[in-house]
Design a protein around this ligand. Structure first.
Ligand code: NAP
Ligand code: F7E
Length: 327
């Protein structure tokens, strides 16, 4: 039986990846940071909270990573842990550097010290392209990060490549473009919109305050993207891959899809609020996933419309439940 260790197992991707690996017959371990309240709601949503082994630890604490690797004896290590919200990275740049950047080298060092034959996946990001240097971003596009988060991820990206080249560790980076789901954190724009659509439709909210709705993103479904992570670690040689849909849409048009699904017009509810503008914006992202398609036979299969509808449906269900519970 193959054994996997997932850092960030309580996050959106961690939960979907855990479910995916369990379905493949893996023994799944998850590194879980200690918080004062429970963080397992996503694992519960997917019905796998009792099927994974959770090990307490933090990517900023090398000793906890060594302990987690020793307990799990993992053949595959997926590093998904991060301070992943771009907006917060300007308010907590040092924490972001320590968790999202230095956390990566901590885990790579822990692998070197325990079992260097373990395969490693690093969650790199399209945020590293930032101020884009090619119209369609691929593995050869130069990076130009625009946020402390993007800068921290760039360190994680290059240190992963460096450990592959220096120590022959099977370490791959997935440069994933935005991917969403009903398990997306509420602060990210898609989920903020689908939650608001549900609340407005059910009479609990009147307006939706947003920032730059002209920004464009290449949005896919997280459930599709975790398969690409696994595929990377099944290759004979480690490498880096862009994972994207190859289509880009404005926040405005994404809103339109969400509101229209419940027969509402976004123009009547969206209020532009400067509070949500960022000190430096990534205006447009559009990925070229040709390499992943050719080498991994991977392709995104969920359209943005299907994704947003799935998210609105899930939020309608949640909000109805909330109303019923409150009486
Ligand atoms: P997420 O929902 O924000 O999950 C982040 C996870 O990291 C959570 O489980 C969180 O634990 C954990 N974490 C935070 N600080 C930690 C620490 N110091 N030690 C250990 N664990 C810690 O993110 P996601 O959307 O699933 O994304 C997964 C990874 O892919 C992240 O690295 C993200 O930066 C990257 N990525 C995401 C996207 C995207 O569009 N979703 C695109 C490209 C790359 P708590 O639950 O306790 O907070
Ligand atoms: O913003 C604009 C905002 O926060 C998308 C993370 O998973 O993907 C994610 O980062 C766009 C930006 O995601 C609001 O300015 C407008 O242009 O949903 P987001 P992100 O910043 O693209 C990358 C690939 C990651 O790696 C990250 O971890 O939407 N926008 N108005 C808004 N964004 C938010 N959050 N809230 C607004 O009110």
């Amino acid at each position: 039986m193959k054994r996997a260790l997932i850092t960030g197992i309580t996050g959106q991707d961690g939960a979907y990846l855990a479910k995916f690996l369990l379905n493949k017959g893996y023994k799944v371990y998850g590194l879980m940071a200690r918080r004062s309240t429970s963080t397992t709601w996503r694992l519960e949503f997917l019905g796998i909270e009792n099927e994974v082994d959770l090990i307490e630890g933090d990517v900023t604490d090398l000793s906890s990573l060594i302990r987690a690797l020793k307990i799990s004896e993992a053949n595959e290590v997926y590093n998904l842990a991060a301070q992943s919200f771009v907006g917060t990275s300007w308010d907590q740049p040092i924490l972001t550097a320590e968790v999202t950047g230095v956390g990566v080298v901590n885990l790579l060092e822990a692998i070197r010290l325990t079992d260097p034959s373990a395969k490693f996946y690093q969650a790199s990001t399209s945020e590293m392209f930032g101020l884009i240097q090619d119209e369609k971003q691929s593995e050869s596009t130069p990076f130009y990060p625009r946020s402390p988060y993007g800068v921290a991820k760039l360190y994680g990206h290059w240190i992963t490549i460096n450990y592959r080249e220096s120590f022959n560790i099977h370490a791959s980076c997935g440069i994933l473009f935005n991917h969403e789901s009903p398990l997306r954190g509420i602060e990210f724009v898609t989920r903020k919109v689908t939650d608001a659509v549900a609340r407005i439709k059910l009479g609990l909210q009147e307006e939706l305050h947003l920032g730059n709705i002209d920004a464009k993103r290449d949005w896919g479904f997280a459930g599709d993207y975790v398969e690409a992570m696994w595929l990377m670690l099944q290759q004979e040689n480690a490498d880096d891959y862009v994972i994207a849909t190859g289509e880009t849409t404005t926040v405005r048009d994404m809103c339109k899809i969400a509101f229209e699904y419940v027969d509402l017009k976004y123009e009547e509810y969206v209020v532009i609020d400067p509070k949500f503008y960022r000190p430096a914006e990534v205006e447009v992202l559009l990925g070229n996933p040709a390499k992943a398609q050719e080498k991994l036979s991977w392709k995104a299969t969920t359209s943005l419309k299907q994704l947003i509808q799935m998210m609105v449906e899930a939020d309608l269900k949640r909000v109805k439940k909330e109303i019923a519970t409150k009486g």
